[in-house]
Ligand binder design. Structure first.
Ligand SMILES: [Zn+2]
Length: 288
């Protein structure tokens, strides 16, 4: 099974490849027939240039995260799910993916990290992790206009300096009627991956996606998650008495509080949850 399904994913990806710079056709060696921009093959992975190693290791906490990501590969999301103070609304991404016929509809995970949410979903990221199908700058996707039926972008937009450029690129590669599911943080402490630039309110998020039809905005991670992560940072900060080294020792100890996030399985449904949510999820459709 695993031998045939990835072939299908790769084959369908090759059909919609285009120059990341001018969107013209690529030849068999992944070189643009118009502007000469070129990608390269790295096994099954297509590489159009992502993060430099130095970018991924500049922030000390992200350096540790990258080390764990590279060591643990696909276990990393499971480890984060247990240790992190953030409880996502259950089934959020899986439920969205189920609204597609993934055998027919091409769907991409833009900024997948080490996640592989489904064998039929194209994994695209700036980092060359083991699960990634296409390494690229997410503002310059090597995909033809209107080539995707859907996409997900989970906890990505806070990490880019120019979210509008990323959203415009989502709009370009979606076909008319195509849908995106996007998760962004509201109340979360600083977390570089490899950078961290902004947070979103519910209205701010709707504003960002003005070129789309907004199908809905929901609390994607609840207020306990919002509170817990801040509390963990606060405890590590106060108890480390100004020592960065001590802070880095204490912070992981505060993760013992993380199971309290399970309260959000209930509180995510609270009518006022958006007031102090850890994050929002927006579903949008490109107008026909
Ligand atoms: Zn080109």
């Amino acid at each position: 099974m695993s031998a045939t399904i990835p072939d299908t994913r790769q084959g369908r990806l090759l059909e919609v490849l285009a120059c990341p710079r001018c969107h013209a056709r690529l030849d068999a060696s992944l070189t643009c027939v118009v502007c000469g921009c070129a990608g390269r093959r790295d096994g099954d992975r297509l590489d159009f240039g992502g993060f430099a190693a130095a970018e991924l290791t500049a922030d000390p906490l992200n350096r540790l995260k990258e080390l764990v990501k590279t060591r643990l590969h696909r276990l990393y999301p499971a480890v984060i799910r247990v240790l992190s103070p953030v409880q996502d609304r259950p089934g959020l991404v899986a439920g969205f993916l189920r609204t597609f016929d993934l055998g027919r509809d091409l769907v991409a995970d833009l900024g997948c990290g080490t996640h592989r949410r489904d064998e039929r979903v194209i994994c695209i990221d700036g980092g060359a992790y083991g699960n990634v199908d296409v390494v690229t700058d997410l503002r310059r996707l090597p995909l033809a206009d209107g080539s995707l039926a859907g996409g997900v972008s989970i906890a990505v937009l806070e990490h880019v300096p120019d979210p509008a450029a990323h959203i415009a690129e989502m709009h370009r590669v979606l076909r008319p009627g195509g849908r995106m599911l996007v998760f962004v943080p509201f109340l979360q402490p600083f977390h570089a991956s490899p950078y961290d630039f902004q947070r979103y309110t519910e209205v701010g998020l709707r504003e960002q996606f003005g070129a789309f039809e907004v199908l809905g905005v929901r609390v994607g991670a609840g207020p306990t998650s919002g509170l817990l992560w801040v509390l963990q940072e606060w405890l590590a900060m106060v108890l480390s008495f100004g020592s960065r080294r001590l802070y880095r020792v204490i912070l992981p100890l505060t993760w013992v509080l993380s199971p309290l996030k399970l309260l959000d399985l209930l509180l995510v449904h609270h009518p006022m949850a958006a007031q102090a949510a850890s994050g929002f999820v927006i579903e949008v459709r490109k107008p026909e």
